[in-house]
Design a protein. Structure first.
Length: 358
């Protein structure tokens, strides 16, 4: 055999061997936990409430592009369309907004965080209706590239509403940091206002890094949760990557404080910190591997799930935590937009009659 041919054959053999190299111990462990959680959730998916089925299906569609998840999103669309029809189509009724705002506040709960949120909302109780009701439902329908019932009336109402005061209030940020940045991006998404720079300034004023040592565990978690959602919301919730430079102030904080984060944060937040680097195209950052290992260690092999901080394995309560874990442990090379339900063969014939393609 000519020497050049022998060298080429050897190079090809080495290339093939490296291409099919066995996964590392960490990769194998990540894959094992990923598949165990996925099997458990999908086995019981039909038992979960519509919004939670949708939450799971939408994220799995964006991770995989697999059309089989589109019908879980369609289930969610029916739920949010019905809700928007009720809320948006009654906006002109006397006292409707104030009454519904009071109802929304009344179901916040009775724990310490709920009490703090109720207190923060006292100066502007209708804020919760405009944001956690109108913005929430309309932005979800918009994500599917659709518009919902009474859309124009909803948009007109939100444009007139004073959202800035609630979004930039110190007490609100201290109790709703992640939710507020969601509202900021949802408002921008559906075209009713751009509050991003105002909220970013207010958030940093409330939570400057120089005062981290003064934050108790609950407040530090609230800060972290808010920071991850700056990135998540900017990605339109895992539909595309974000600019690492734009969010360097967040990524640098995570990198410099990862030891405290792993000690003081919840599993949900720790998974979100790792995903933040993945969305920024920094999969090789050491923070990713550290958060992955933490999540693997949190996995309960008996329950085949990552339980709540108190050990509860309930799937309804834990779907959010566990789908985040799945995303962290098996991040795709490409993210997928949508699902755009009006164009997918699996769903386009089954849309609610009250929605329209954009």
């Amino acid at each position: 055999m000519p020497s050049m041919l022998r060298i080429s054959t050897l190079a090809a053999a080495l290339f093939c061997a490296s291409s099919f190299a066995a996964p590392t111990a960490n990769e194998a462990e990540n894959a094992e936990v990923y598949h165990a959680i996925k099997t458990n959730l999908e086995k019981h998916l039909f038992e979960l409430p519509p919004r939670i089925q949708g939450h799971y299906g939408i994220r799995q569609y964006r991770m995989t592009g697999d059309v089989k998840y589109a019908n879980a999103a369609l289930v969610d669309l029916y739920a949010v369309t019905e809700a928007q029809a009720f809320y948006a189509c009654n906006l002109d009724k006397k006292d409707f907004i104030s009454n519904e705002a009071n109802k929304a506040i009344s179901v916040l709960g009775k724990g310490p965080r709920a009490k703090a949120r109720k207190k923060a909302l006292k100066p502007f109780p209708e804020f919760i209706f405009y944001t956690d009701v109108l913005l929430r439902y309309s932005s979800r329908i918009d994500e599917f590239d659709l518009t919902g019932p009474c859309h124009e009336q909803l948009i007109e109402t939100l444009k007139k509403a004073d959202l800035k005061t609630g979004l930039t209030d110190k007490a609100m940020i201290e109790t709703w940091a992640a939710q507020l940045i969601n509202y900021v991006y949802w408002a921008k998404q559906i075209g009713v206002g751009d509050y991003l720079s105002d909220y970013k300034k207010a958030f940093i004023d409330v939570y400057p890094d120089s005062k981290d040592s003064q934050l108790d565990k609950k407040q530090y978690r609230n800060k972290l949760y808010g920071m991850t959602h700056f990135i998540f919301a900017a990605s339109e919730y895992y539909q595309h990557n974000v600019d690492a430079k734009e969010f360097a102030w967040i990524l640098d904080h995570f990198e410099q404080n990862i030891d405290r984060i792993l000690k003081d944060a919840t599993d949900d937040i720790i998974a979100e910190v790792g995903i933040s680097f993945l969305l920024a195209g920094q999969a090789d950052n050491p923070v990713v591997a550290k958060t992955q290992q933490h999540i693997v260690n949190a996995f309960d092999r008996k329950e085949q799930i990552i339980p709540s901080p108190r050990g509860n394995p309930d799937l309804v309560m834990g779907e959010h935590r566990n789908v985040l874990a799945m995303m962290l442990l098996d991040w795709p090379e490409k993210l997928h937009q949508g699902p755009h339900l009006a164009t997918l063969k699996a769903t386009k014939k089954y849309l609610p009659k009250q929605v329209k393609a954009k």
